[in-house]
Design a protein around this ligand. Sequence first.
Ligand code: SAM
Length: 264
Amino acid sequence: MSGEGIKDTVRAKYGQAAIRVLGGNSGACGCDPVSSNLYDAVETAALPEGAVLASLGCGNPTALAELHAGETVLDLGSGGGIDVLLSAKRVGPTGKAYGLDMTDEMLALARENQRKSGVANVEFLKGEIENIPLPDASVDVVISNCVINLSADKRRVLGEAFRVLRPGGRFAVSDVVVRGEIPAAVRRSMELWVGCVAGALEEQEYRRLLADAGFVDVGVEPTRIYEFSDARAVLAGASLDAEVLAREVGGRIMGAFVRATRPV
Ligand SMILES: C[S@@+](CC[C@H](N)C(=O)[O-])C[C@H]1O[C@@H](n2cnc3c(N)ncnc32)[C@H](O)[C@@H]1O
């Protein structure tokens, strides 16, 4: 499938997830072991229910990113806005948090969550992470939560992240990453692409693409490794033999915190 085909499928899937949350249900879209229990209760208690229900990430980037008062943060693929609202609190009123998403329904949900939370230093932008609608060197920290794996052009996304970061700025992203080869049948499955697994970068490839974009101090730290039973639950959403494939991929798919710096 072409890059545009992938984007249309991803947009449709996450648009439906947003509509489910706007209707008062969970946004879960078949990758529950990936998205469950990422935030602690103290963090989420202060957020609107819709932001928590819509959480479709695979990590907690704002907890790991060490955000400081007054900084500008950009969340690539902000969904229902959970990490943007958490970032806005961390950078405080002198800072700013931008969320960027291409899906209208997700933007509507995120703006509704912003209104309910009463946080002012937040702006949700419509656009694609492959063409970030912000000027060069305008952001201190780029975060993202389980989105870069969905892009058909990851090299371009990482180049765009580098462009909008100020010199010394940090890339601090949670993403699904794989270690070693995963079976071709998994890679080919569109259901598993939109479920965050088939498009996941291999760890060494992620490091290489970040270095090619100009980043230094690259790190990939596993935050959750999906063992056989998790892998089976994730693969069960696809029309493949989940039992057999889970044996091959168990322990090789992980939620990871990926960090890098734009040199000064
Ligand atoms: C798996 S959800 C994660 C949402 C959010 N980061 C969270 O943790 O809940 C993926 C989100 O990224 C958005 N997205 C996917 N590909 C995108 C792209 N190429 N450009 C902009 N947004 C994209 C989708 O619309 C969706 O809201």
